[in-house]
Design a protein around this ligand. Structure first.
Ligand code: SF4
Length: 239
């Protein structure tokens, strides 16, 4: 089979180019395994990120035959083509070959303070949360921070200031958590065109997410919470 892989070294190349490799995949071989074989047997300079090889670490997001996905979760045989074209994630600068600079993704993620804010001492037996409350949160907990949604997002393509689907979905996850006590101002920080109102609601993030997080649901949820919070504040004002 032909593997056409985008190559670029920010240190020495002026522009990216495709390099073609021939490789015979084993039965049920994933694209990640094929890349490792090509690197080990043909070209040790070929660079790509991976770690767990089982869709937990979120490291091997890339574009395979035009679709953003995890290489460890994509079997070569399932692509139904004799040629596999592999490119790095869009919306992020290429550092080397299939490795992109994830800094903008992480910077946006940090902005929403993606950690539990439960003031006071932790109860002796830990926080007890009812199962029904956690059920609402589970959808968002499965995010592996692969940045596939960020790369697929048309808003992130045209506006680098946009916080992006993964970060917004994470913020929504904490607003659903009964232990979290973050103030309404934390939501107001994303109440603008760089935040929830920037979303085009084209649902590419939902479509692309390998863990079925459905980040656009979280963005919609945040919008509702922001509107509800502002309305409540309006009615609380004294005449
Ligand atoms: Fe990846 Fe889905 Fe999390 Fe986005 S929401 S970073 S696509 S796992």
């Amino acid at each position: 089979m032909t593997f056409k892989i985008l190559r670029f070294d920010a240190q020495k190349d002026n522009r990216p180019y495709f390099q073609v490799y021939r490789h015979v995949p084993k039965p049920h071989e994933t694209v990640l395994e094929a890349l490792k074989d090509i690197r080990d047997q043909q070209d040790p300079s070929l660079s790509f990120r991976y770690s767990c090889r089982e869709a937990v670490c979120g490291s091997c997001g890339m574009v395979i035959n035009g679709r953003i996905c995890l290489a460890c979760r994509t079997q070569v045989g399932d692509l139904g083509a004799n040629e596999v074209v592999i490119e790095p994630l869009p919306n992020l600068e290429i550092q080397k070959d299939l490795i992109v600079d994830l800094k903008p993704f992480w910077d946006a993620y940090r902005k929403v303070e993606p950690f539990l804010q439960a003031p006071g001492d932790v109860p002796e037996k830990g926080h007890v949360v009812a199962e029904k409350d956690m059920e609402k949160v589970f959808q968002y907990i499965t995010c592996i921070l692969c940045a596939c949604c960020y790369s697929a997002c048309p808003v992130a393509t045209r506006d680098g200031r946009y916080v992006g689907p993964a970060a917004l979905a994470k913020l929504y996850r904490f607003t659903l958590d009964p232990r979290d006590r973050r103030p309404f101002s934390a939501l107001e920080r994303v109440d603008g065109p760089d935040g929830v109102w920037g979303c085009d609601t084209v649902f590419r993030c939902n479509d692309i997410c390998p863990k079925d997080v459905r980040p656009a649901d979280g963005i919609e949820g945040l919008r509702r919470k922001i509107i509800a919070g502002k309305t409540k504040r309006l009615f609380r004002r004294k005449p």
